[in-house]
Write a protein of this length. Structure first.
Length: 291
């Protein structure tokens, strides 16, 4: 707990934090927070609202041209293979969606007062939906979504905002041994991104932990691709986020997205034989480079 948070709790009666965290049911806590929010909203003036609109990075409009963005989005959907089912995700998701199964700090997520959080990554939500379908008996699940997300961590750089649009894929299936399942998932994801980005696409992989997937990349994945699939041995980013193998999706030196295998569906279903591959790209970056 930070010093600032400790000073805040020191202003309240002893036991207040424990009462809010552990002493109330989810519905009781929601009622309390709704009451506080209603009282605070009643004090907002039009002048203050205008000021917040101009100053709050979470609400400022994106500089992206929506007419160009929709063209990029349409191109992605048109090129998506038939085996991938499109999902129209909600802009909110259950509280803990990112921190419960992924190594995401909850402070980087915008929470709500209704036991939910604002979407921050479509692949996390798609993984939950994939787990639901896998539990229902679907042999292999391939899902795609395009979603505007909000992230709480600060972003530096011209044109960067706290909210942006991502196009993501999630595939989940049961392990068949020797990295064969992982190879099949990789081929479908990588061929799609190659189709979208063209021959100047730069698709890379990093092995954070040794596994049979490395052999399948050489003897199964690479022969099935029509573009180079290069190993990036220098990468350390997201080593604790992805499980075993991570992907890089770039074009002409421009970082557009990434992906990799995760344990999300395995953890959600309590079955360590589950395999889950995610990959995701920024539609606004795609639009900016004219794809």
């Amino acid at each position: 707990m930070s010093d600032a948070i400790e000073r805040f709790w020191a202003k309240l009666p002893a036991g207040s934090r424990d009462a809010l965290v552990n002493g109330l049911s989810a519905s009781e806590l929601q009622s309390v927070l709704l009451d506080v929010s209603r009282e605070r909203a009643a004090k907002v003036t039009p002048a203050r609202l205008l000021q917040r609109w101009q100053q709050d990075r979470f609400v400022r409009p994106s500089p992206a041209d929506p007419r160009q963005l929709v063209k990029t989005r349409q191109r992605l959907w048109e090129r998506l293979p038939a085996r991938f089912e499109g999902v129209e995700l909600s802009p909110v998701t259950p509280l803990g969606t990112c921190s419960a199964v992924a190594t995401i700090n909850q402070n980087q997520v915008v929470g709500t007062i209704r036991g939910t959080e604002v979407a921050s990554d479509p692949t996390n939500e798609l993984a939950i939906e994939a787990a639901v379908r896998r539990r229902a008996g679907q042999d292999r699940v391939d899902l795609a979504a395009c979603q505007r997300v909000v992230r709480a961590q600060p972003f530096d750089g011209p044109g960067m905002t706290a909210h942006f649009e991502l196009f993501g894929l999630v595939s989940s299936a049961r392990d068949s041994g020797s990295g064969r399942t992982e190879a099949a998932l990789l081929i479908d994801h990588l061929n799609f991104w190659h189709d979208v980005l063209g021959d100047t696409a730069e698709l890379t992989f990093t092995m954070f932990t040794p596994s049979a997937v490395r052999e399948r990349i050489d003897d199964t994945v690479r022969p099935a691709l029509k573009i180079a699939f290069t190993e990036d041995t220098a990468r350390t980013k997201s080593a604790n986020y992805y499980f075993g193998t991570a992907l890089g999706i770039d074009r002409d030196g421009e970082g557009l997205g990434d992906g990799g295998f995760t344990r999300w569906t395995a953890d959600l279903l309590g079955d360590q034989k589950e395999r889950c591959l995610t990959s995701c790209i920024s539609t606004e970056r795609l639009t900016a480079i004219g794809v």
